[in-house]
Design a protein around this ligand. Structure first.
Ligand code: NAG
Ligand code: NAG
Ligand code: NAG
Ligand code: NAG
Length: 178
Protein backbone atom coordinates (compact mmCIF):
# COMPACT_ATOMS: atom_id res chain seq x y z
CA UNK A 1 0.00 0.00 0.00
CA UNK A 2 2.75 2.45 1.03
CA UNK A 3 4.72 1.44 -2.06
CA UNK A 4 1.71 2.09 -4.29
CA UNK A 5 1.28 5.50 -2.72
CA UNK A 6 4.95 6.34 -3.32
CA UNK A 7 4.64 5.26 -6.93
CA UNK A 8 1.60 7.50 -7.41
CA UNK A 9 3.45 10.45 -5.91
CA UNK A 10 6.45 9.76 -8.14
CA UNK A 11 4.31 9.64 -11.28
CA UNK A 12 2.46 12.82 -10.28
CA UNK A 13 5.79 14.59 -9.69
CA UNK A 14 7.03 13.49 -13.10
CA UNK A 15 3.87 14.77 -14.77
CA UNK A 16 4.32 18.15 -13.05
CA UNK A 17 8.00 18.30 -14.03
CA UNK A 18 7.17 17.49 -17.66
CA UNK A 19 4.52 20.19 -17.84
CA UNK A 20 6.96 22.75 -16.37
CA UNK A 21 9.52 21.80 -19.01
CA UNK A 22 7.03 22.06 -21.87
CA UNK A 23 5.85 25.43 -20.55
CA UNK A 24 9.47 26.62 -20.69
CA UNK A 25 9.81 25.24 -24.22
CA UNK A 26 6.72 27.19 -25.25
CA UNK A 27 8.26 30.40 -23.93
CA UNK A 28 11.28 29.93 -26.21
CA UNK A 29 9.84 30.85 -29.55
CA UNK A 30 11.91 29.86 -32.53
CA UNK A 31 12.88 32.66 -34.90
CA UNK A 32 14.23 32.47 -38.42
CA UNK A 33 16.86 34.99 -39.48
CA UNK A 34 18.17 35.53 -42.99
CA UNK A 35 21.60 37.09 -43.27
CA UNK A 36 23.70 37.92 -46.27
CA UNK A 37 27.35 38.94 -46.41
CA UNK A 38 30.53 38.65 -48.42
CA UNK A 39 33.46 36.49 -47.37
CA UNK A 40 36.95 37.67 -48.37
CA UNK A 41 39.63 34.99 -48.57
CA UNK A 42 43.10 36.33 -49.35
CA UNK A 43 45.91 33.78 -49.50
CA UNK A 44 48.48 35.96 -51.28
CA UNK A 45 49.44 39.59 -51.89
CA UNK A 46 48.78 42.24 -49.27
CA UNK A 47 46.72 41.72 -46.13
CA UNK A 48 46.67 37.94 -46.28
CA UNK A 49 43.72 36.55 -44.26
CA UNK A 50 44.25 32.79 -44.69
CA UNK A 51 47.50 30.92 -44.18
CA UNK A 52 48.68 27.50 -45.23
CA UNK A 53 49.49 25.55 -42.08
CA UNK A 54 49.92 22.00 -43.31
CA UNK A 55 50.13 19.71 -46.31
CA UNK A 56 50.97 16.09 -47.06
CA UNK A 57 54.14 15.00 -48.88
CA UNK A 58 51.84 14.11 -51.81
CA UNK A 59 49.81 17.36 -51.81
CA UNK A 60 51.89 18.98 -54.57
CA UNK A 61 51.38 16.06 -56.93
CA UNK A 62 47.64 15.74 -56.21
CA UNK A 63 45.25 17.25 -58.78
CA UNK A 64 43.02 18.33 -55.88
CA UNK A 65 45.83 19.40 -53.49
CA UNK A 66 44.58 16.64 -51.21
CA UNK A 67 45.78 17.23 -47.66
CA UNK A 68 46.27 20.99 -47.92
CA UNK A 69 45.11 22.84 -44.79
CA UNK A 70 44.54 26.58 -44.35
CA UNK A 71 43.60 28.55 -41.26
CA UNK A 72 41.51 31.64 -41.96
CA UNK A 73 40.50 34.84 -40.26
CA UNK A 74 38.49 36.08 -43.22
CA UNK A 75 36.52 39.34 -43.10
CA UNK A 76 32.76 39.19 -43.61
CA UNK A 77 31.41 42.42 -45.06
CA UNK A 78 28.01 43.84 -45.96
CA UNK A 79 28.86 44.42 -49.61
CA UNK A 80 31.32 42.83 -52.04
CA UNK A 81 33.98 45.56 -51.81
CA UNK A 82 36.79 44.84 -49.33
CA UNK A 83 36.20 48.32 -47.88
CA UNK A 84 32.51 47.60 -47.26
CA UNK A 85 31.27 47.59 -43.64
CA UNK A 86 32.68 44.70 -41.59
CA UNK A 87 29.98 42.49 -40.03
CA UNK A 88 32.28 39.84 -38.60
CA UNK A 89 35.01 37.32 -39.25
CA UNK A 90 35.01 33.76 -40.50
CA UNK A 91 37.53 32.03 -38.25
CA UNK A 92 38.52 28.43 -38.69
CA UNK A 93 40.00 26.14 -41.25
CA UNK A 94 39.48 24.57 -44.60
CA UNK A 95 41.18 21.46 -45.89
CA UNK A 96 41.23 19.69 -49.23
CA UNK A 97 39.48 16.46 -48.32
CA UNK A 98 38.82 14.66 -51.63
CA UNK A 99 41.26 12.87 -53.92
CA UNK A 100 38.91 13.12 -56.91
CA UNK A 101 37.33 16.57 -56.65
CA UNK A 102 38.06 19.99 -55.22
CA UNK A 103 36.07 19.40 -52.05
CA UNK A 104 37.03 21.44 -49.04
CA UNK A 105 36.03 20.52 -45.53
CA UNK A 106 35.00 23.83 -43.95
CA UNK A 107 35.06 24.10 -40.16
CA UNK A 108 34.29 27.73 -39.42
CA UNK A 109 32.99 30.00 -36.70
CA UNK A 110 31.33 33.18 -37.94
CA UNK A 111 32.08 35.71 -35.20
CA UNK A 112 29.74 38.67 -35.60
CA UNK A 113 30.87 42.20 -34.73
CA UNK A 114 28.50 45.11 -34.20
CA UNK A 115 24.82 45.19 -35.00
CA UNK A 116 22.21 43.09 -33.25
CA UNK A 117 24.32 39.91 -33.37
CA UNK A 118 27.46 41.59 -31.93
CA UNK A 119 29.54 38.93 -30.18
CA UNK A 120 27.26 36.07 -31.23
CA UNK A 121 28.66 33.20 -33.27
CA UNK A 122 27.54 30.53 -35.71
CA UNK A 123 29.35 27.22 -36.21
CA UNK A 124 29.39 26.08 -39.84
CA UNK A 125 30.64 22.71 -41.01
CA UNK A 126 30.38 21.01 -44.37
CA UNK A 127 31.63 20.20 -47.80
CA UNK A 128 32.55 23.24 -49.89
CA UNK A 129 32.47 21.75 -53.38
CA UNK A 130 34.75 24.31 -54.99
CA UNK A 131 33.56 24.27 -58.60
CA UNK A 132 29.84 23.97 -57.89
CA UNK A 133 27.79 27.09 -58.57
CA UNK A 134 26.09 27.06 -55.16
CA UNK A 135 27.68 25.31 -52.17
CA UNK A 136 25.55 24.38 -49.19
CA UNK A 137 26.95 23.88 -45.72
CA UNK A 138 25.27 23.18 -42.38
CA UNK A 139 24.93 25.46 -39.39
CA UNK A 140 25.44 23.07 -36.51
CA UNK A 141 25.16 25.46 -33.58
CA UNK A 142 25.87 28.89 -32.24
CA UNK A 143 26.30 31.11 -29.21
CA UNK A 144 24.85 34.32 -27.79
CA UNK A 145 21.78 35.28 -29.83
CA UNK A 146 22.39 32.11 -31.83
CA UNK A 147 22.27 29.61 -28.96
CA UNK A 148 20.85 26.29 -30.19
CA UNK A 149 21.06 27.52 -33.80
CA UNK A 150 20.57 25.27 -36.79
CA UNK A 151 20.25 26.05 -40.44
CA UNK A 152 22.27 26.26 -43.60
CA UNK A 153 24.42 28.62 -45.63
CA UNK A 154 24.55 28.94 -49.41
CA UNK A 155 27.85 30.16 -50.85
CA UNK A 156 28.23 31.52 -54.35
CA UNK A 157 31.51 32.85 -55.73
CA UNK A 158 31.36 36.58 -56.40
CA UNK A 159 34.88 36.80 -57.81
CA UNK A 160 37.96 34.62 -57.92
CA UNK A 161 41.45 35.48 -59.12
CA UNK A 162 43.11 32.24 -60.20
CA UNK A 163 46.53 33.94 -60.26
CA UNK A 164 46.54 35.03 -56.63
CA UNK A 165 44.06 32.45 -55.34
CA UNK A 166 42.13 35.26 -53.64
CA UNK A 167 38.36 35.09 -53.75
CA UNK A 168 35.14 36.73 -52.61
CA UNK A 169 32.10 34.59 -51.87
CA UNK A 170 28.56 35.74 -51.17
CA UNK A 171 26.87 33.80 -48.38
CA UNK A 172 23.13 33.65 -47.81
CA UNK A 173 22.42 32.35 -44.34
CA UNK A 174 19.15 30.84 -43.08
CA UNK A 175 19.28 30.26 -39.35
CA UNK A 176 16.68 29.03 -36.87
CA UNK A 177 17.36 30.19 -33.32
CA UNK A 178 15.56 31.43 -30.20
C1 NAG B 1 45.50 46.36 -46.91
O1 NAG B 1 45.17 47.01 -45.69
C2 NAG B 1 45.46 48.40 -45.70
C3 NAG B 1 45.20 48.94 -44.31
O2 NAG B 1 43.96 48.52 -43.83
C4 NAG B 1 44.61 49.08 -46.76
O3 NAG B 1 44.90 50.46 -46.82
C5 NAG B 1 44.89 48.45 -48.15
O4 NAG B 1 44.01 48.98 -49.11
C6 NAG B 1 44.71 46.94 -48.07
N1 NAG B 1 45.15 46.34 -49.33
C7 NAG B 1 44.44 45.43 -49.99
C8 NAG B 1 45.04 44.91 -51.25
O5 NAG B 1 43.35 45.02 -49.58
C1 NAG C 1 54.99 22.18 -52.63
O1 NAG C 1 55.11 23.30 -53.49
C2 NAG C 1 55.35 24.53 -52.82
C3 NAG C 1 55.28 25.65 -53.83
O2 NAG C 1 55.77 25.26 -55.08
C4 NAG C 1 56.67 24.46 -52.08
O3 NAG C 1 56.89 25.66 -51.39
C5 NAG C 1 56.61 23.31 -51.08
O4 NAG C 1 57.86 23.17 -50.44
C6 NAG C 1 56.24 22.01 -51.77
N1 NAG C 1 56.01 21.03 -50.73
C7 NAG C 1 56.47 19.79 -50.82
C8 NAG C 1 56.14 18.89 -49.66
O5 NAG C 1 57.12 19.39 -51.77
C1 NAG D 1 30.16 44.74 -29.41
O1 NAG D 1 30.57 44.02 -28.27
C2 NAG D 1 31.82 44.45 -27.76
C3 NAG D 1 32.25 43.46 -26.67
O2 NAG D 1 31.20 43.14 -25.83
C4 NAG D 1 31.68 45.88 -27.26
O3 NAG D 1 32.93 46.33 -26.76
C5 NAG D 1 31.26 46.75 -28.43
O4 NAG D 1 31.02 48.07 -27.97
C6 NAG D 1 29.98 46.21 -29.08
N1 NAG D 1 29.72 46.97 -30.29
C7 NAG D 1 28.52 47.34 -30.66
C8 NAG D 1 28.41 48.10 -31.92
O5 NAG D 1 27.52 47.08 -30.00
C1 NAG E 1 21.06 34.98 -52.13
O1 NAG E 1 20.12 36.01 -51.91
C2 NAG E 1 19.96 36.90 -53.01
C3 NAG E 1 18.91 37.92 -52.65
O2 NAG E 1 19.12 38.47 -51.41
C4 NAG E 1 19.51 36.16 -54.24
O3 NAG E 1 19.49 37.04 -55.33
C5 NAG E 1 20.48 35.01 -54.53
O4 NAG E 1 19.98 34.23 -55.59
C6 NAG E 1 20.64 34.14 -53.30
N1 NAG E 1 21.66 33.13 -53.57
C7 NAG E 1 21.43 31.84 -53.48
C8 NAG E 1 22.57 30.96 -53.79
O5 NAG E 1 20.34 31.38 -53.16
Amino acid sequence: MANEHLATVAVATMVIMCSVQSAQANLLKEKISHLQFYFHDRISGKNVTAVNVASAPTTNTSATSFGLVYVMDDPLTEGPEPTSKLVGKAQGLYASASQEKVHLLMAVTYVFQGGKFNGSTLAVVGNNAGFTEVREMAIVGGSGKFRLARGYVLGQTHSFDSKSGNGIVRYNVTVHHY
